[in-house]
Design a protein around this ligand. Structure first.
Ligand code: PEP
Ligand code: MG
Length: 882
């Protein structure tokens, strides 16, 4: 079995397609070598070796070191240097490199191959004794730390002693003798703190070095990085062993990193930085400030006046060659050793959403790629960055991070802390910019949420009230930041030992979940012509329809501006979140007689009708799916005495009576309680009022020549009997209203249901007999398939992700293997009895790119998502179709 792949002039065994086997770095080193770029020769031990290393109880696979030895011999021939020799020694770097990049997460060793003899050889060959001992002490330090497990501080301590003795402050001021002494001291440090001496045998150094890189695959920070970035199914890391080149041998040497185009704006301008006389870590460590590559021309060395000009010209040539070859932006690392340029790495450059859009459009214009490639290449989720204000990246870098919660609703916001909805409304009205901080939110908080610049909660998941409402509005929200303790009474929070009160400002990034101290500048988005171009291409290739979840005329309009082709879910209970309406809604819910309920419903009717008219106008000519009331009772029943008093006053009963009614309505498990269609079964007058409001609004619209296309959706159906009964009632009301209004025209109102209870999916053939459409309510379907409470998942989700029981939060990204089966089955069964049934999804997954891919494959006709996700969904739908 081939475990080692060589790259060099002699032979180049891998290529860019072999990232899984050789890792991204290894595959591209081989590819660059093959297309004639100046790459120091070396070889890659495959990710397969890493896999075997773990499978065999942390042992290198049999035969690996034989193949390594063979590769070393080839290297020696090619470079004319000998490994461990006292005469022109071959030195190697050993680096990790998985199929997907994990910057800085695993270990690296440089200058490997140096020992007490080779250092003398290096001094002679380089004509620079100080350089040689500096290289040796770097190896001893790095190797001691990474391979032999000696704490870095022991080395630091030893170095401090030498510097003190010499009376200097900087590492660079220590002379050759000092460094020689230091190498001796470092070897003693290793002997003392590790269980063995520093290995003088270079092959032994290499064997242990390779082992250490494989071992670093499983260190906690690497595991955590893969979790955060959702990197699953990787075999392990490859190990790249490469001839060392030195950027720190003198004034004609240097090192740098660059992007072939600007990764933050996408501008087609070579963008990079370099340092003269330095090694790669120096750039990263930030001790010296690098210069822009554009200034490379000015770099002159005493022995080589044109070193900068030549290197710059050569870099530009390489840039063009790389883009022509890879047909994408490249992120490169290079080193110049004594005037000669070497390429150490290339990979596709990470870019912002804005840059991704511009680069894709530019590359189509430049004929580097075609439209389809451009559409496929833009990460759909990254479009959010273009639509919402974001933090100024430079300012964010400097800010103090406090903690991280869930990225519940993207955007960026800062404000002074506010602890109640009332305060928030009042302070906003007084001209303050405030963040609403709450343990969790409920409909009582909605006014405050609306007034806040952003919302921060300490509990709750991605489908918690705060998250869903904020997303709907495009308001920034970080949810479930569990490290924050909120003391509402004292109006302060404590997070990791620090306390902040009403006068303090925090900043939250809803795209990452980060919480910062202080105010960070935000920048407003500008939608470019390129954005419109990408959307046009997306619409050309997608077959899925894109609707939106919107509950108000304003949201409906915004969504239509973003390209929504209708409303897939209008949550009617969301129409009662504010002011008087909430009170009327509570009267209705708390009523204990039919008369009292009807009285309250009569108050709600005009509000509903007016909103529906506004929505029909915003969505004229497009379908509007209105869902009948589905209030989880606990979200509406007032628990605090003041709200109870208000209801008592409004309805003319005693507060005690309201209180008793609240207790009577208490449910142990409200998400599985008296909600959805169950409400209309026990209280048909609710359905009657709502259908009346819909039909009256539709007729009023038609009279104004507005093409209203209403669809009535009955939620939380588990058996066909529920639907049959309620459909019948709805049809009666439709006819009655038509008669009442003397309307003779056609309304064509569809009546359908949500599939959000597993039983409805299992019996979809029966249900479809009574439904004009199914809309998959995957929030509840996920809740009921997993048996995880939507509101309480945060208590255990981190452990589930940490222990890899779940790959992702199933409320964010559809569980395709489990919940997905129910969808596929319901699609099939539904169509078997009702060929013309319309199928869509309106759970939060309708805006998640990978879930959209699933919906496309499952044969749904549309997805519905919050307004700000509509562009993302359009692009993701096109990607699914290509
Ligand atoms: C759902 O359950 O997926 C859904 C869209 O309804 P809600 O989130 O309002 O329960
Ligand atoms: Mg639901």
């Amino acid at each position: 079995e081939q475990l080692v792949y060589y790259f060099g002039k002699t032979k180049s065994e891998g290529d860019a397609t072999q990232k899984e086997l050789l890792g991204g770095k290894g595959a591209n080193l081989a590819e660059m070598t093959s297309i004639g770029l100046p790459v120091p020769p070396g070889f890659t031990c495959t990710t397969e070796c890493c896999d075997q290393y773990y499978k065999q109880g942390k042992k290198l696979p049999r035969g690996l070191m034989d193949q390594v030895n063979e590769a070393i011999q080839t290297l020696e021939k090619e470079t004319g240097k000998r490994f461990g020799s006292s005469d022109n020694p071959l030195l190697l770097s050993v680096r990790s490199g998985a199929a997907q990049s994990m910057p800085g997460m695993m270990d690296t060793v440089l200058n490997l191959g140096l020992n007490d003899e080779a250092v003398v050889g290096l001094a002679e060959a380089s004509g620079n004794e100080r350089f040689a001992y500096d290289a040796y002490r770097r190896l001893l330090n790095m190797y001691g730390d990474v391979v032999m497990g000696v704490e870095h501080e022991h080395f630091e301590h030893a170095f401090d002693k030498i510097k003190k003795k010499a009376g200097v402050e900087l590492d660079t001021d220590v002379d050759t003798d000092g460094l020689k002494q230091l190498c001796g001291d470092y070897k003693k440090v290793i002997a003392k703190h590790a269980d063995r001496q520093f290995p003088q045998d270079p092959i032994e150094q290499l064997r242990l070095g390779i082992t250490a890189v494989f071992a670093s695959w499983m260190v906690p920070r690497a595991i955590r990085y893969r979790q955060i970035n959702e990197m699953f199914g990787l075999k392990g890391t490859a190990v790249n062993v490469q001839t060392m080149v030195f950027g720190n041998m003198g004034q004609d040497c240097g090192t740098g990193v660059a992007f072939t185009r600007d990764p933050s704006t996408g501008r087609n301008k070579f963008y990079g930085e370099f340092l003269v006389n330095a090694q790669g870590e120096d750039v990263v460590a930030g001790i010296r400030t690098p210069q822009p590559v554009a200034e490379m021309n000015k770099w002159k060395a005493p022995n080589n006046k044109t070193v900068g000009r030549n290197a710059h010209r050569e870099l530009l040539e390489i840039k063009d060659k790389l883009e022509a070859h890879y047909k994408d932006v490249q992120d490169i690392e290079f080193t110049i050793e004594r005037g000669t340029l070497y390429m150490l790495q290339t990979r596709n450059g990470k870019r912002t959403g804005a840059a991704a859009v511009k680069i894709a459009c530019d590359m189509v214009k430049e004929k580097l790629i075609d439209e389809k490639t451009a559409v496929k290449r833009i990460p759909a989720g990254d479009l959010t960055q273009l639509l919402l204000p974001g933090f100024d990246p430079a300012a964010k870098k400097k800010a103090t991070a406090l903690t991280t919660g869930l990225p519940a609703s993207p955007g960026a916001a800062f404000g002074k802390l506010s602890f109640t909805a009332e305060d928030t409304v009042a302070r906003k009205a007084a001209g303050e910019q405030v963040l609403l901080v709450r343990k969790e939110t409920s409909p009582e908080d909605v006014d405050g949420m609306n007034s806040a610049a952003g919302i921060l909660t300490s509990t709750g998941g991605m489908t918690s009230h705060a998250a869903v409402v904020a997303r709907g509005w495009g308001k920034c929200c970080v949810a479930g930041a569990g490290e924050i303790q909120i003391d509402e009474k004292k109006r302060k929070i404590t997070v990791n030992g620090k306390t902040y009160g009403e006068k303090d400002t925090l900043s939250i990034d809803g795209g990452t979940g980060e919480v910062f101290a202080g105010e960070i500048d935000t920048v407003e988005p500008k939608l470019s012509g390129d954005f419109a171009t990408v959307m046009k291409w997306a619409d050309k290739y997608r077959t899925l329809g894109i609707r939106t979840n919107a509950d108000s005329p304003a949201d409906a309009k915004r969504a239509r501006d973003f390209g929504a082709e209708g409303i897939g879910l209008c949550r009617t209970e969301h129409m009662f979140f504010e002011g008087d309406r909430l009170l009327n809604m509570r009267e209705m819910i708390l009523a204990d007689t039919k008369e009292a309920r009807e009285k309250a419903l009569q108050k709600l009717l005009p509000h509903q009708r007016k909103d529906f008219e506004g929505i029909f106008r915003a969505m004229k000519g497009l379908p509007v799916t209105v869902r009948l009331l589905d209030p989880p009772l606990h979200e509406f029943v007032p628990t605090d005495p003041k709200a109870q008093k208000d209801v008592a006053k409004a309805t003319g009963v005693s507060p005690k009576k309201v209180k008793d009614r609240v207790s009577a309505l208490h449910e142990n498990n409200p998400m599985l309680g008296h909600r959805g269609c169950r409400l209309s079964i026990t209280y048909p007058e609710i359905l009657e009022m709502q259908v009346r409001a819909i039909v009256e609004a539709a007729i009023n619209s038609k009279k104004k020549k507005i093409d209203a296309r209403a669809e009535i959706m009955i939620p939380l159906v588990g058996t066909v009997n529920e639907l049959r009964l309620l459909r019948g009632k709805a049809e009666e009301v439709i006819e009655q209203v038509k008669k009442d209004k003397g309307f003779k025209g056609k309304l064509d109102i569809l009546i359908g249901t949500m599939i959000e209870i597993p039983r409805a999916a299992l019996t979809a053939d029966e249900v479809a007999g009574e439904a004009d459409f199914f809309s998959f309510g995957t929030n509840d379907l996920t809740q009921m398939t997993f048996g995880y409470s939507r509101d309480d998942i945060n208590g255990f989700l981190p452990d589930y992700l940490g222990q890899e029981i779940l790959e992702k939060d199933p409320f964010q990204s559809l569980d395709q293997t489990g919940v997905g089966q129910l969808i596929t089955m319901a699609v099939e069964k539904g169509r078997s009895t009702n060929k013309s049934i319309k199928l869509g999804i309106c759970g939060e997954h309708g805006g998640d790119p990978s879930s959209i891919g699933f919906c496309h494959r499952a044969g749904l006709q549309y997805v519905s998502c919050s307004p700000f996700r509509v562009p993302i969904a359009r692009l993701a739908a096109a990607q699914a179709a290509l």
